[in-house]
Design a protein around this ligand. Structure first.
Ligand code: MG
Ligand code: MG
Length: 266
């Protein structure tokens, strides 16, 4: 069941999503070699709660195991998504995808950004750049009259042109009072296929792209997802609304990227 949102609901979603962007910007300030993902999780949880919201990931149920124990997912290098924060210090040359969800005044924010830790290799830089570009190419297609498959195709074709693997098992989704609503938004598909896009449709678009093969494994903790060939993967996510005919991006990378520019990392 797809719930189209009113303008009032869209503004509530925007507030929850902007809080995610500000939370990720707080983390951007401290990401460097030596910091642990558990430290990042503590900062994120405090920041989200201090701003009157709930970290939606904490306690998120898992059909295969125990609920998610943290407030953010921190997926390092060959982890694609759902990495559990731990005490291992990040190292120079790592990448870490930080996925963050908030619930504020009953509405959900959901956004993800992949960060470089110190200096990273040129081929990993290209993976990050291409994955982020594919997110915006998908968003460009989120206009009234297009179909979900147009978004999916734009992401898939952009990433596969670089020889990257497009993960199939995890997809974008509707976003609203629940973090995961209908419809599913795959990162692969055919132009002109799938649901027709209408004003009020709010979805999270989130390419999960591997430098090598698209096949994945689930880790023993029943959360972390890794690439089968152990090559790195990137993940960027925006929550958007189809509004007045076109895509209105509800989350934001602006504050994150301001921090990265200030650190001369962008
Ligand atoms: Mg997310
Ligand atoms: Mg999501």
């Amino acid at each position: 069941m797809v719930y189209l949102k009113t303008d009032e609901e869209v503004e509530l979603l925007r507030k929850a999503n902007l809080l995610v962007g500000r939370t990720l910007a707080e983390l951007a300030k401290v990401i460097e070699p030596g910091v642990t993902t558990k430290q990042l999780d503590n900062i994120a949880e405090s920041y989200i709660r201090d701003n009157g919201a709930i970290p939606t990931f904490k306690g998120f149920p898992n059909p295969y195991g125990s609920p998610f124990p943290a407030s953010i997912c921190t997926s390092v290098n060959h982890q694609v998504v759902h990495g559990i924060p731990n005490d291992t210090p990040l190292q120079e040359g790592d990448i870490v995808s930080i996925d963050c969800g908030t619930k504020l005044n009953g509405y959900c924010g959901d956004s993800c950004y992949t960060f470089a830790v110190g200096e990273i290799s040129d081929d990993v830089k290209m993976l990050l750049q291409t994955t982020k570009e594919s997110l915006y190419k998908g968003i460009e297609q989120a206009i009234v009259g297009h179909r979900l498959g147009d978004i999916s195709y734009a992401i898939q074709s952009h990433c596969e042109a670089q020889g990257y693997g497009v993960v199939r098992e995890f997809v974008g989704h509707g976003v609203g009072k629940d973090m995961h609503e209908d419809p599913q938004v795959p990162n692969y598909g055919k132009r002109g296929n799938g649901m027709l896009l209408k004003n009020g449709l709010c979805i999270a678009i989130e390419p999960m792209i591997a430098m090598g093969v698209k096949e994945i494994y689930m880790q023993e903790d029943r959360w972390g997802i890794i690439t089968r060939d152990k090559k790195p993967a990137a993940h960027y996510e925006h929550s958007i609304c189809v509004r007045k005919g076109k895509a209105d991006i509800l989350s934001s990378f602006e504050e994150i990227e301001k921090v990265l520019r200030d650190k001369s990392l962008l």
